[in-house]
Ligand binder design. Sequence first.
Ligand SMILES: [Zn+2]
Length: 130
Amino acid sequence: MLRTLARGLRRRCPGCGVGRLFIGWYQLATRCEHCDLEYEPLEGNSYWFMYYSTAIFTGLIIIAMFLIQPENIWLARAIVLVAAVLFIVFTLPYRKGLALAVDYLTERADRATRGNPSQPESDPKKLSEG
Ligand SMILES: [Zn+2]
């Protein structure tokens, strides 16, 4: 399990650890070039992770801004803000990779408990449309 998460953090396929998750910086590949694993069979499964991790970072930044009491508060806040944005953007693929690894683990656990290797009978993508 930790190995799968580490693969995600290294931006590698959670299944085999060889294929790359991203084409370039943040363009997600649809399938693994090595084992043909579909990375995001249910698009949006990793959104919650991205949403919460960004929200947590933003919360920490706001707290940091209130705690900082330098002579020039606006300059300090500007520096913190720029650093924060750079940090959020820089960690984006790593967090996405981790989210996909978590998604892969939960999907696999779901299939194991159901004992059914096929896709779930109801497709959430179709339900959410319209
Ligand atoms: Zn793979």
